[in-house]
Design a protein around this ligand. Structure first.
Ligand code: ADP
Ligand code: UDP
Length: 236
């Protein structure tokens, strides 16, 4: 499988067309951004870790019954995935309070919820990805009710799976963001990535942050956190 034309360059990945119109190649970069792109930096080795971790988790999710865009890992940074039209919703699942939730509602981080929560942001850079509810998403024709229902069901299934997988590695899954897309034949699949860029991981014993918050909040040892997550989940 060969890259033909670059279709898109985002903040963390590039997307290339291939000779198969239904497949694209994603190439993971070491670039990091935060706070709506206002903070920029490089996390050496991040692209390779995020690519391999995302592929590892998506393959396992596929086996557990969640359809994904994953097709084939090409090398440490590049993967063939099904080309989808992305549903413009960031689907956020939370098990503990943190980040924008703690800020918005004026609570501390680390409150354990009785049950996971699901929320949506409208994926729209010009509007700065505002929080949106399901009725508004349907009104704006971002998704149908059937798609919203399936997205919520898959998101909670991903949460159950990830929580268990991480707990076995001594990591608490605080929250994460998913994106879904529709393939050429109209089927809904989990797309984008699952990595320390898109999840909050806390060491179960010490509470040490092992994710992108180390970059966002200038906590130091950013590369070390990504490497530690790679060691714990992928054994390398
Ligand atoms: P951003 O666009 O937020 O800067 P990235 O740098 O991660 O994010 O860019 C990757 C882009 O590719 C995102 O816009 C994402 O929605 C999109 N994408 C992810 N998976 C697929 C896929 N299977 N097919 C097409 N586009 C995808
Ligand atoms: N997240 C993400 N991309 C975004 C916004 C959030 O991957 O554009 C992830 C983030 O890493 C965290 C979860 O979604 O794991 C919840 O993020 P939150 O809403 O608390 O926002 P933040 O504090 O990151 O601004």
């Amino acid at each position: 499988m060969k890259k033909t034309v670059q279709l898109y360059e985002g903040k963390a990945k590039k997307v290339f067309s291939t000779d198969d119109p239904n497949l694209v190649i994603v190439s993971y970069k070491d670039d990091a951004t935060a706070f709506d792109g206002t903070k920029r930096g490089t996390i050496t080795g991040k692209g390779a870790i995020n690519n391999q971790m995302s592929n590892f988790l998506m393959q396992k999710l596929e086996q557990a019954g969640v359809p994904t865009h994953y097709v084939q890992e090409l090398n440490e940074r590049e993967t063939v995935v099904k080309k989808v039209s992305i549903v413009p919703l960031e689907v956020i699942v939370r098990n503990l309070s943190a980040g924008s939730f703690a800020k918005r509602y004026g609570v501390e981080e680390g409150i354990i919820f009785d049950a996971p929560t699901v929320e949506f942001s409208y994926k729209n850079d010009d509007l700065h990805d505002p929080l949106i509810n399901d009725h508004h998403a349907v009104a704006l024709k971002l998704a149908t009710w059937d798609e919203i229902d399936a997205i919520q069901k898959y998101a909670l299934q991903v949460n159950d799976f990830l929580k268990r997988e991480l707990l076995a590695c001594g990591v608490t899954l605080v929250d994460f963001k998913l994106e879904f897309g529709k393939t050429a034949d109209g089927s809904l699949v989990l797309a984008d990535e699952i990595s320390p860029d898109t999840c909050r991981f806390w060491d179960s014993k010490t509470g040490e942050k092992l994710d992108k918050d180390r970059f966002r909040r200038d906590l130091g040892n950013v590369e070390g956190a990504y490497q530690e997550m790679s060691r714990r989940l992928l054994g390398k």
